[in-house]
Design a protein around this ligand. Structure first.
Ligand code: KG4
Ligand code: ZN
Length: 347
């Protein structure tokens, strides 16, 4: 069993974890949320500078919490795509430097592959093929996971990602950032049927609708119009009801597409990943629908839904087991399609 030290710095969390295959020995996540909150979103330059300050203490803390020394680490991994270039550079430079100093192999990891592999922290014996529902701040995709490194995107968002929709709706309700957890909490007190909102469907040229793609920008605009109408009446805004109705609409749209896709492709397991996998409505809708269709659904443990390094360690462990390592010349990429993952490795 290989032990890996993994680093994640693609956005606004400086995260370091040590994983022994899919067992987490330590996981440190230093969030920059409070720093970016006043801007209403992540400021790339501020994020890079903060990663620089936090990375070395986070590495030291991960080693100390795992009670391990460099001699017991078999390889070092770091997220190298996609994400903010300056932020990615801090993590990959730290990872490569440590790999050179301590004479260890280095693996660059695709951030989305990390979110796919986060489900292995719940179910370490999961075997492909399965369907991954990847729902984060930047992505909303249905991915056919054929084997480690072999992914086919079957559906995706045509505009906003699910997490982005939560963040934008929270901003227009003046609730703060990131919006997902705040809306989730407020929705507990609200009525999901208070307002009927559009699910957002993609029309096909030949008629009908795309069965797996999503669109959340119309839903966001519908919430904006609703807020404007309610404000014009000069009564207090029913924020909990709006939150519950919006969240329910997103959960239903994602559930419907994931179930249809799994059934059409004969995939018996749906593995959910990304920050929105923490959403309580998505968890309950998808679990209920999956059991109705005899499908299995796996969510990562709550704390490993949002960005962390344990999931990067899990994906890297799988590649390391297959003999994949990255060259020290590996660069970082702000965008990289999942079907180019194998370009990160020398075989
Ligand atoms: O995966 P993640 O940490 O970062 C990206 O790779 O994007 O996801 C962050 C996103 C944010 O948009 C946040 O609002 C959303 O996940 N999120 C949630 C919840 N917790 C985080 N959305 C809905 N419900 C939640 N409980
Ligand atoms: Zn992420």
């Amino acid at each position: 069993m290989a032990t890996l030290l993994a680093i994640e710095t693609s956005c606004d969390e400086t995260a370091v974890a040590i994983v022994k295959n899919c067992h987490v020995c330590s996981s440190v996540v230093s969030s920059q949320i409070l720093i970016h909150q006043c801007y209403g979103g992540v400021v790339p330059e501020v994020a890079s500078r903060q990663h620089l300050e936090t990375i070395n203490p986070a590495i030291a803390q991960a080693l100390s919490e795992a009670k391990l020394g460099w001699g017991e680490i078999n390889a070092i991994a770091a997220t190298c795509a996609p994400g903010l270039v300056g932020a990615l550079l801090v993590g990959t430079t730290a990872g490569k430097t440590l790999a050179m100093v301590h004479g260890k192999p280095f693996l660059g990891v695709h951030h989305l592959e990390g979110h796919i592999y986060a489900t292995y922290l719940t179910e370490p014996t999961l075997e492909p093929p399965f369907l991954s529902l990847l729902v984060s701040g930047g992505h909303t995709s249905l991915i056919h996971v054929k084997k480690c490194g072999d992914y086919q995107t079957l559906g995706e968002t045509r505009d906003d990602a699910a997490g982005e929709a939560f963040d934008k709706v929270a901003r227009l309700l003046q609730l703060g950032y990131p919006g997902g957890p705040i809306i989730d909490k407020l929705a507990q007190e609200g009525n999901t049927k208070a307002f009927t909102l559009p699910e957002g469907r993609i029309s096909l040229a030949e008629g009908g609708f795309h069965p797996y793609d999503t669109s959340f920008s119309g839903l966001k605009t519908a919430v904006l119009r609703l807020v404007q109408q309610l404000e014009a009446k000069d009564t207090p805004l029913p924020v909990t009801d709006i939150a519950a109705s919006f969240q329910n609409t997103v959960a239903q749209a994602l559930t419907k597409r994931a179930i249809a896709c799994a059934l059409d492709y004969g995939l018996e397991t749906i593995a959910v990943g990304g920050g929105v996998a923490a959403n309580s409505a998505l968890r309950s809708h998808l679990t209920a629908a999956a059991s109705k269709h005899n499908l299995r659904v796996i969510f990562p443990p709550l704390k490993f839904c949002t960005d962390n390094a344990a999931m990067i360690g899990c994906a890297a462990a799988e590649h390391f087991e297959q003999g994949h390592t990255s060259p020290m010349s590996l660069g970082v990429h702000s965008r990289l399609s999942l079907n180019k993952v194998m370009e990160l490795y020398e075989l």
